[in-house]
Design a protein around this ligand. Structure first.
Ligand code: NAP
Length: 133
């Protein structure tokens, strides 16, 4: 596990899974910034992030986009990966392939990485439990 506690997270994507991630971050009292292809009230776009901010300000980076998911395994979020370091924890909700381009690029900088396989299993077990009550 990386250096903790995390106080600021970057959440890539603003779809359904992103909303679940935001809820968890709020419960954990971790501040966050959403990065979206379209800037809005609650999100910045990728170019703005690159031009005005530094990834060193966010120790936790969570990919909730489908970028990297099979069969598009050569795709990845457009980030300044050279700003990552061993202080970062990069979590990919994608679970196929096990080691996505996002994770590989983060790991090259020494960042800690994790894919979405455990999350997939845990949410499946929770769903099973709820529907069998
Ligand atoms: N591990 C798990 O248990 C688990 C659970 C749920 C989902 N997932 C995975 O998480 C991913 C997202 O699922 P979802 O249900 O949230 O999908 P979704 O509702 O379609 O949202 C995906 C979001 O990703 C962004 N996005 C989509 N295409 C993009 C592209 N080409 N470039 C950059 N950003 C893009 C969009 O956000 P913006 O419009 O803001 O850019 C979009 O709203 C999928 O790969 C899914 O398999 C994993």
């Amino acid at each position: 596990m990386p250096v903790t506690p995390h106080t600021k997270a970057l959440v890539l994507g603003s779809g359904g899974a992103s909303q679940a991630v935001l809820r968890v971050l709020e419960n954990l009292h971790i501040a966050y910034l959403v990065v979206s292809r379209t800037a809005g009230n609650k999100a910045v776009d990728y170019d703005t992030l690159k031009n005005t901010d530094d990834l060193s300000n966010y120790s936790l980076i969570i990919n909730t986009t489908p970028l990297g998911m099979s069969p598009n395994t050569d795709t990845y979020p457009d980030l300044a990966y050279d700003q990552l370091s061993p202080q970062h924890y990069c979590y990919d909700l994608v679970y196929n392939p096990e080691n996505t381009q996002f994770m590989q690029r983060a790991a090259t900088q020494g960042a800690h990485t994790k894919n979405g396989l455990d999350m997939l299993r845990l949410q499946a077990e929770k769903s099973w439990e709820i529907w069998n009550q």
